[in-house]
Design a protein around this ligand. Sequence first.
Ligand SMILES: NC(=O)C1=CN([C@@H]2O[C@H](COP(=O)(O)OP(=O)(O)OC[C@H]3O[C@@H](n4cnc5c(N)ncnc54)[C@H](O)[C@@H]3O)[C@@H](O)[C@H]2O)C=CC1
Ligand SMILES: O=C(O)C1=N[C@H](C(=O)O)C[C@H](O)C1
Length: 269
Amino acid sequence: MSDLPGIVVTGVSGRMGRMLAQIVAESGKARLVAGVERPGHAWIGQDIGVAMGGAPLGALVTDDPVEAFARAQGVIDFTAPAATVEFAGLAAQARAVHVIGTTGLEEADLEKIGAAARHAVIVRAGNMSLGVNLLTRLTRKIAEALDEDWDIEVVEAHHRMKVDAPSGTALMLGEAAAAGRGVSLKDARVSGRDGITGVRERGTIGFSAIRGGDIVGEHDVIFAADGERVILRHVATDRAVFARGALRAALWGQGRKPGQYDMIDVLGL
Ligand SMILES: NC(=O)C1=CN([C@@H]2O[C@H](COP(=O)(O)OP(=O)(O)OC[C@H]3O[C@@H](n4cnc5c(N)ncnc54)[C@H](O)[C@@H]3O)[C@@H](O)[C@H]2O)C=CC1
Ligand SMILES: O=C(O)C1=N[C@H](C(=O)O)C[C@H](O)C1
């Protein structure tokens, strides 16, 4: 068996799970150990590659995360909030680096993930791409430079199957803008305007979500003042950018001190 870190991909039949399995298997930097899916899923017991309709990848799909995590040094998890909270506890028990891409996590979920991070390395980000993480830096810098005469709006667009809004990325960008402005996003956030909303409240940060077709992920941060606008934009056209970032995070986390990290730490931005 090689010395390369073993990686389990949870939610392996999903849009991100398939991409991750392929990228880990082809990376030459890690071993694909197993894929995890929900009990009763049609892929359980099959080789991941065969289940995807291609060549065997030499790793099976299982519904037993405890057994799979025990054979791994990293768990890459793009699933759903309830699953991610459970996997955080199990990955910590196995002392595997847990890379969390799942979005839509609530405050209570984050507390449980925080508890797991006392025992193991967790890297969590609403977007694992280099471009978006760079954009959070730029957003913060611009928000620092501009006063409240500049209204801040975050607009995001995703495929029709996305279940949470605003996107995790939109919230990251909103947090960056709020930090730049020295306010809390909890206080400044306005989402989903509809009906007679009244005029825009000065200093708020607005969020709008578009859902349609197969859009991979697009985000604009708009700074709008009287007479001029600054628009920062990121467009993802291939989920591979998220998967590559997640694998990089799983490798970066090996041998680190337990705790919670994000992609800014991983990328050194
Ligand atoms: N941070 C980032 O860079 C990115 C984050 N995401 C997020 O990743 C998550 C997944 O996105 P998609 O792959 O598009 O969704 P998807 O719905 O295609 O895949 C989710 C998979 O998780 C599996 N799953 C759910 N509960 C499970 C459980 N208890 N045990 C095992 N498997 C379970 C489902 O069966 C499914 O295969 C979403 O929250 C999305 O917002 C997506 C892309 C990039
Ligand atoms: O669900 C998706 O697809 C994506 N989710 C992430 C988010 O919520 O921001 C990242 C990316 O935009 C794709």
